[in-house]
Design a protein around this ligand. Structure first.
Ligand SMILES: Nc1ncnc2c1ncn2[C@@H]1O[C@H](COP(=O)(O)OP(=O)(O)OP(=O)(O)O)[C@@H](O)[C@H]1O
Ligand SMILES: [Mg+2]
Length: 250
């Protein structure tokens, strides 16, 4: 059964249509990769799915677990289990990391009709997850993303995902800016979260990430359209030959 179903999705930013009719279906437990040239609409797609303001859906539909989400606000989509790890994570000065993490986890627990976690219990859970991702206690004490290096911000995104346990996670270039060791740590973190009940869309420019996080399917986005889909070998083909042949074929 599809966890995420995107049907003929068109979307505009500031009155300019960027997505021209995307069709994509991700089944439960599957990991799909999206690759594509700079400016092809990958981040736009992730923002549109997450419900970011300013990204207007002009046609088509998006179903999460069979229910249309296009009328729902970003926070409702998040509570329903949609998660976006940003290409450029934002700093939130003055917002305590621990409070931020606990507020988002509790909002999701409430939505699921589960009991919220108290502060003490939560700190333990966060420390355990953070350790797996090489995130220090000192980083956890800071305001959200403030003063974090590029790679540290990416790890912090995966920490949020590990805590929120989304049903559909979209990771936008989570590999960019990671050193070789961090790439392995983050990929392991993502792989630990692979689950028959969880699906993922992994946006990346490089096959290297996909040798760690092996995708079930690979899609190429170009000019706001999916121009080719295939299995993991498609990523190797792109690495080898670039996008020229694929665009010509489309
Ligand atoms: N506010 C805006 N107004 C006009 N055009 C925009 C706006 N925001 C994004 N775009 C355009 O939409 C296109 C898609 O951008 P997007 O960030 O989705 O690309 P991307 O595939 O994520 O690229 P990258 O690989 O560089 O991250 C680009 O041509 C970009 O200039
Ligand atoms: Mg992008």
């Amino acid at each position: 059964m599809s966890i995420l179903e995107i049907k003929e999705l068109t979307a505009s930013v500031d009155g300019t249509e960027i997505l021209h009719g995307i069709n994509l279906s991700v089944n439960a437990g599957e990991v799909h990769a999206i690759m594509g040239p700079n400016g092809s609409g990958k981040s736009t797609l992730s923002y549109v799915l997450s419900g970011r303001t300013g990204y207007e859906i002009t046609g088509g539909d998006v179903l999460l677990n069979g229910t249309s989400i296009i009328e729902a606000e970003a926070d409702e989509r998040a509570r329903a289990g949609l998660f976006l790890a940003f290409q450029y994570p934002v700093e939130l000065p003055g917002v305590s990391g621990m409070s931020f993490l606990r507020a988002s986890v509790n909002a999701r627990l409430r939505e699921q009709g589960k009991e919220e976690v108290d502060q003490l219990g939560f700190v333990k859970i966060v420390r355990a997850e953070a350790q797996k991702l090489g995130i220090s206690d000192e980083m956890l004490k800071r305001a959200v993303n403030v003063g974090f290096s590029g790679g540290e911000k990416k790890r912090y995104e995966i920490l949020q995902m590990a805590l929120l346990k989304p049903v559909m996670a979209i990771l936008d270039e989570t590999d960019s800016g990671l050193d070789v060791d961090a790439l392995k740590i983050v990929s392991q973190g993502v792989n630990l979260l692979r689950d028959p009940q969880r699906s993922m869309l992994v946006i990346t420019h490089y096959q290297r990430l996909l040798s760690y996080i092996v995708p079930d399917k690979v899609h190429i986005l170009s000019g706001g359209l999916i121009v080719k889909s295939g299995d993991k070998s498609l990523a190797l083909e792109v690495e080898e030959n670039g996008y020229a042949g694929i665009n010509d074929a489309a």
